[in-house]
Structures are given as C-alpha cells and as structure tokens.
Design a protein around this ligand. Structure first.
Ligand code: DOR
Ligand code: ZN
Length: 433
C-alpha cells in the first residue's frame, strides 16, 4: 500500500529542499515528491504545520545489550530512539561481552530484527575486550555486519595500536570512532577542571585530556590516510584542531552531543549525577566553539551519546556514580529550542547534522529522501511545547540533565522502511501507556 505524507514542510538537505512538499512512499522506498501529490487509496498522514525530515541517524548510542540489560535493552532503547525521531542508531561496543567477535555482531542484528523498530548499525570494538592492545578482526567484523569500530568508553592509550587501527580503515572503508581522552590527564576526575568543580571540591578533568588525544589521532590519521571520526567533541581547542585538519585534507569527521552544545559545567549546581558524563560539560567558550563548529561544518553530526544507567547506580555518591546521561528522547527538542528557535542555527543545518551528514560518516545510503531511498521519515511539530519528564521516557535510564525543561518541538510520527511505527505520538503496536 502507498503511504502519503501530505502538507508538511519537507527538509531534505541532500536535495536542497526546504519548503512545503508532499512525500509518497511504496514498498519501503520513496517513490515521489512534489506539491499537491494526489493518489487514491494511499494511507495519508496529514502533516500541516509540521516538519517532514529524513529519519534521524544517531552515531552514538549505548544500548547496553548484551549483558547490561538492567540499564537498557533493545526494546526500550529502540522505543526511546523512535520517540526521539531516530530511525537508525549505531550501538557502542562496551557491552558484556564486548562486541569484538562476529558472533556478537550477528546476535545484535538478529535480536534487533525481532524487536523490529529501528535500523541497528552495530559498532564493533577496535581492540579485543576494549583492552587497547590487540586489534580485533576488523575485516571479518565488517563482513559480519559491523558498521564502524570504536572502543568508546575505553580510550586507546597506545598510539601504535591507534595507528594500525587507522591503517585498517583503508581496507574496511569504515571509520574508527575515537573517544579521545588521555586517562593520565583525566585520572580520577569527575567534572570539568574549572571554577564549578573547584567550588564543589570535585577532582577536575582538564580540557587537555581531550585535546592532546584529538591532536594525536589527527596526526595519525594524516600520516596513515585513514578514516577518523572524533566522538563527542567538548572543547574549543578540539574544534580548532579538527577544523585545521579538515583544511589540510585529513579524512576526519566529528560529532557533538546536545548536552555539550547547550550546557556548561555551571549546570551542576550541587552534587548531581545527572550532570556527570564523559567528556564533562565544559566552559561557555567551549559551547560557543561547538556551535560555531556545527554552523561551519567542522562538526559533522549531532550524536546523543545516550548512556543509560540504573537509578541505583546513578544515585551513588557522585565520585562513585558512573559517567553518562540519557539523550535520545530529548535531542530534537533541546536543539530546536536552544539553537534553532533562538536563531543560533538554521533548521536545515540541524537536520543535515542529524540525517545526511551522519550517513556520510558511515558511508550508508540513508539520511535522505530522494526517489528510491529507503522510506525512513521523521515528522515533528516544531512549535509543540512539552516538559521533559524522565518518568515518561521509554528508556530505562532516567538521568537527564534536561529534566523539567520546557521544550518546543516534538516528534509526532515516524516511518521506518515504509512502515508507520509511531503515529500521533503513539506506538503503532496497539500498546497503550
Ligand atoms: O559518559 C559516558 N558514558 N562516556 C563514555 O565514554 C561511556 C559512556 C557509558 O558507557 O556509560
Ligand atoms: Zn565516549
């Protein structure tokens, strides 16, 4: 059956479309775009007053499966993704067991197919057991379904290992996604090394723990000609280094999170683990630089680093609580409210950073609505106001730095491979909440 999304404002940066346009799909693919498309018998989603965009792609999600399902599982993680408008997510490999064999990659693909909500593109580990020493079988992992390689959560301290990993990207054509942190500099730090941490008496994580590793990895990417993607950039100098490397032709891409784009270290007024993540929230100048990086394209993508933990874990004493905050369900609302509605960023630039540009990082044929593309579509009401209530999250994680925030923009409908999975803010499986 045909599906028509009618009367919406279509934004597809891949085609330069940013105007009222109808979208027609059939057989899981886009078959036509245009004004006032008429088809008899098509199922119609009325999108007047709404934005119609390619389904969002999140390059950085911790789905905690296998092995840490008390934090998140594929069902809760996928539902959280859909509520946030994400139709494709890349899962991080710091699970138990680690995603370092083809068996675990295939398990994830098969388990996700059973849930049947999002396109799951699993990242496999760069090193066996995330130990930072022995490279995984990257070629085989790619054949078995890995979409990229990352030791996220466990920085690769050995530059020789990183150099060889980057060499292999020339064979796999898949990026190494680097969590850039020098653990000798971050040590037992809890928050950004600055005035806020000093006031609270918290051990600091200096900006250099990130920047020295970004500099190292950029030099190694340049020397090898390999493909580097820098995860969750948080510092002004990091943005500058990446901008300069891009200008020299280094094959580097980068992402920033909604929380690093909107919050500073001052957000942690008290000892509150909702603001404890790695890298930490930084200073005002860093936030400004990240925004400028997003505007000028130095930062390719917005990625959530959705990192759920159980309530008990996050309620431990701050120095003991794990790093990580949830982000799938608030990303669009936060970025629309703080950046687009405040006129710091064009709507089309935000959409590009959530669709086309992450697709280019991965080298996949998604993130666009050209005729023939997979029918992954996100519809949102740009003016719909709502209050962030973590108890209403689908994610098992409830620790959001945005709890209680009043946001303007909410996802209303989501189509994955031509199938309507979310309609008028409800899941389509008949389940009531
Ligand atoms: O805040 C974080 N949480 N940063 C990481 O690098 C890992 C992640 C996690 O797995 O919880
Ligand atoms: Zn990380």
């Amino acid at each position: 059956m045909k599906l028509l999304i009618k009367g919406g404002h279509l934004v597809d940066p891949s085609q330069g479309i940013d105007e009222p346009t109808d979208l027609l799909m059939e057989g899981g693919r886009v078959i036509a775009l245009g004004k006032n498309l008429k088809t008899n018998g098509a199922h119609v989603i009325e999108a007047k007053g709404k934005v119609v965009a390619p389904g969002f792609i999140d390059l950085h999600v911790h789905l905690r499966t296998p092995g840490q399902e008390h934090k998140e599982n594929l069902t809760t993680g996928s539902q959280a993704a859909i509520q946030g408008g994400f139709t494709t997510v890349c899962s991080m490999a710091n699970t138990d067991p680690v995603v370092d064999t083809g068996t675990v990659v295939e398990f994830l693909k098969a388990a996700n197919a059973k849930v049947g909500l999002v396109n799951l593109l699993p990242f496999a580990a760069v090193t066996v057991g995330l130990q930072g020493e022995t490279l995984t079988e990257m070629g085989e992992l790619k054949e078995r379904g890995a979409a990229g390689f990352s030791d996220d959560g466990a920085p690769i301290m050995n530059a020789g290992v990183m150099r060889r990993a980057l060499e292999y990207t020339k064979i796999t054509q898949l990026p190494v996604v680097a969590h850039c942190e020098d653990t000798h500099l971050s040590a037992n730090g809890v928050a950004h090394e600055g005035q806020a941490a000093a006031r609270l008496g918290l051990a600091g994580i200096p900006s250099e723990s990130e920047t020295v590793m970004i500099a190292r990895d950029l030099l190694l990417a340049e020397a090898t000609g390999g493909r580097l993607h820098v995860a969750h950039v948080s510092t002004e100098r990091g943005v500058e280094l990446i901008r300069a490397a891009k200008a020299r032709g280094v094959l580097v891409t980068a992402e920033a999170t909604p929380h690093h784009l909107t919050l500073t270290d001052e957000a942690m007024g008290t000892y509150d683990a909702r603001f404890k993540m790695n890298p930490p929230l930084r200073a005002e100048r860093d936030v400004k630089a990240l925004r400028e990086g997003l505007r000028d394209g130095t930062i390719d993508a917005v990625a959530t680093d959705h990192a759920p933990h159980s309530r008990a874990e996050k309620e431990a004493e701050l120095s003991q609580a794990p790093f990580g905050v949830v982000g799938l369900e608030t990303a669009l609302g936060v970025l629309m409210t703080e950046l687009v509605h405040q006129k710091h960023l064009k709507l089309s630039t935000l959409i590009a950073a959530m669709t086309l540009r992450p697709a280019l990082v991965l080298g996949i044929d998604r993130g666009k609505l050209t005729v023939g593309s997979p029918a992954d579509v996100t519809v949102f009401d740009p003016l719909r106001e709502w209050t962030v209530d973590p108890s209403a999250f689908r994610s098992k994680g409830a620790h959001s730095p945005f709890a209680g925030w009043r946001l303007r923009s909410k996802v209303t409908d989501v189509v994955v491979s031509g199938r309507v999975v979310y309609r008028d803010e409800q899941f389509m499986n008949g389940e009531k909440r």
